[in-house]
Design a protein around this ligand. Structure first.
Ligand code: NAD
Length: 494
């Protein structure tokens, strides 16, 4: 079994704590590796290393920084199978999705490497004669990244790639269910030639490692992805330091199926959106809002198709739905099933923990569909598991009202053949992402990604909007008049 330290200054260094934790396979219970329970002191040492590496990295031309990221992408391509299997073994998602997690990382690195030749600022006119006005991007400095476990290579790569190409150095904290995937990423970047200290990884709890990253004034920006309660806590701590912070939080994502929709296509999309990654995606479809004219047909087929899904170890390519990530996650999801039943939601299929044989070694849940009334907790709170609530509505207007009446606003979808309705839905659905005739999942890395309302605080990862997160605009005026010109005071001559 592999034993890791903290990755600080390009080396696996021991932690100042004597304590460790295991990362394990949620399908089998096998322990995969051991990591240190990091301390605040570990984080401070990682910040020292990131600060030491910053001047050289910041002054390395951005296209050269991009080249190293491209090399990391090449190495990941060569090691894709091994890394994809690790995602499945450590996090549980089925192997096609494990490989997809790695592919998304490769795609992002290839994309971001090219952005090293762009990182656009702007030039514009000046109020004054013989004066040149522009703004350019400058790195923020040492940045902290904190991630969840559900995309254990892709989410870290989105943050690390955008932070590094922008010229920052990084102190990174992975989720404690999936540190091994991030340890492997650190190996990949080191092999690609990333200088020591540019990327540092500290494992351990949010209460020590996470809080130090958020509270240490030497960390100039924190990029956080996780749940709303943690996000609120992190935001409040950061506010006291006026720290720049980006939050990417949860979702309660609706699919609307109109009476004119291609129902088979919609069903395919709903099954993939609701039960892919065992429902543990921030963009997972957790609400299905169906026009009454097609409700019975959709629900009938949905129940049959859900019952036919094969649940098991994601390493088996015939398996549709893998385990959930942990005992705690399993308990939280089953609690929601109980809450749904207590609220009077009708359980159409699923709802149980799977037991017997290999199921006893892992955390396997039946894909679950509730027939629910809008307003029940299962229709408003993020469950983050394979649980879908279906609701009947009489019209497009009612569907939009239900879709928008939650605190989250990440992804959304409408299935319809009516182009006018589709366009209207794009206008009015309160979400950072709207799909037409496609599921709520499936983000592309060169497009802005993020949400409105409680899903975040106004930033977008992916695409070039990521540079707004990881860089500061520096406004520059160059006066070549040879005279003192006073803006707003002596500009009256024409
Ligand atoms: P979580 O909030 O429990 O943990 C996220 C990270 O924060 C982990 O690394 C955790 O250790 C750390 N953390 C915990 N307490 C902390 C503290 N006080 N200070 C700093 N860091 C702390 O979330 P999770 O269970 O790992 O992930 C699931 C959540 O993530 C879901 O709500 C999901 O919707 C969300 N998510 C959002 C996106 C997005 O892009 N919007 C993507 C994936 C997941």
């Amino acid at each position: 079994m592999q034993q890791y330290g903290q990755f600080i200054g390009g080396e696996w260094a021991p932690s100042s704590s004597k304590r460790t934790f295991d990362t394990q396979n949620p399908a089998t219970g096998e322990v995969l590796a051991t990591f240190p329970q990091g301390t605040r002191d570990d984080v401070r040492r990682a910040i020292d290393a990131a600060e030491a590496a910053l001047p050289k990295w910041r002054s390395t031309p951005a296209p050269r920084r991009g080249e190293l990221l491209l090399e990391a992408a090449r190495i990941m391509r060569v090691r894709k199978r091994e890394l994809g299997e690790l995602v499945t073994k450590e996090m549980g998602k089925v192997i096609a999705e494990g490989l997809g997690d790695v592919q998304e990382s490769i795609d992002f690195l290839e994309y971001i490497a090219g952005e090293g030749r762009r990182l656009l600022g702007e030039t514009t006119t000046s109020e004054l004669r013989s004066r040149f006005s522009m703004w350019v991007r400058r790195p923020k400095g040492v940045v902290g990244c904190i991630t969840p476990w559900n995309f254990p290579t892709a989410i870290p790569t989105w943050k690390i790639g955008a932070a590094l190409v922008s010229g920052n150095t990084v102190v990174f904290k992975p989720a404690s269910y999936t540190p091994l995937c991030v340890a492997k990423l650190a190996e990949v970047y080191a092999e690609a030639g990333l200088p020591p200290g540019v990327l540092n990884v500290v494992t351990g709890p949010g209460s020590s490692v996470g809080n130090e990253i958020v509270e240490n004034p030497r960390v100039r920006h924190v990029s956080f992805t996780g749940g709303v309660p943690t996000g609120i806590d992190v935001y409040a701590r950061a506010a006291k330091l006026l720290k720049s912070i980006e939050l990417e939080l949860g979702g309660k994502n609706p699919v609307i199926v109109m009476d004119d929709a291609n129902l088979d296509l919609a069903l395919e999309g709903v099954l993939f959106g609701a039960f892919g990654t065992a429902g543990q995606r921030c963009t997972a479809t957790s609400r299905l809002i169906v026009h009454e004219a097609v409700y019975d047909e959709v629900v009938g087929k949905l129940v049959d198709r859900t019952r036919a899904l094969k649940v098991g170890n994601g390493m088996d390519p015939k398996v549709d739905v893998g385990p959930v990530v942990s005992k705690e996650q399993e308990r939280a999801i089953l609690d929601y099933v109980r809450i749904g039943l207590e609220e009077g939601a009708k359980l159409l299929v699923g709802g149980e923990k799977l037991t017997g044989g290999a199921y006893d070694r892992g955390f396997f849940l039946e894909p679950t569909v509730f027939e629910a009334r809008h307003g029940m907790r299962v229709t408003k709170e993020e469950i983050f598991g394979p649980v879908l609530s279906v609701m009947k509505v009489p019209s497009y207007e009612a569907a939009v009202k239900v879709a928008n009446d939650v605190e989250y606003g990440l992804s959304s979808s409408i299935y319809t053949r009516n182009v006018n309705l589709a366009m209207k839905a794009i206008e009015v659905l309160e979400a950072g992402i709207t799909y037409v005739n496609a599921p709520t999942i499936g983000a592309e890395c060169h497009m802005p990604f993020g949400g409105v309302k409680d899903t975040g605080n106004g930033h977008r990862e992916g695409g070039w909007t990521a540079y707004d997160i990881f860089s500061e605009p520096k406004t520059v005026y160059i006066d070549y008049s040879g005279a003192l010109q006073k803006a707003q005071i002596d500009n009256a001559e024409y």
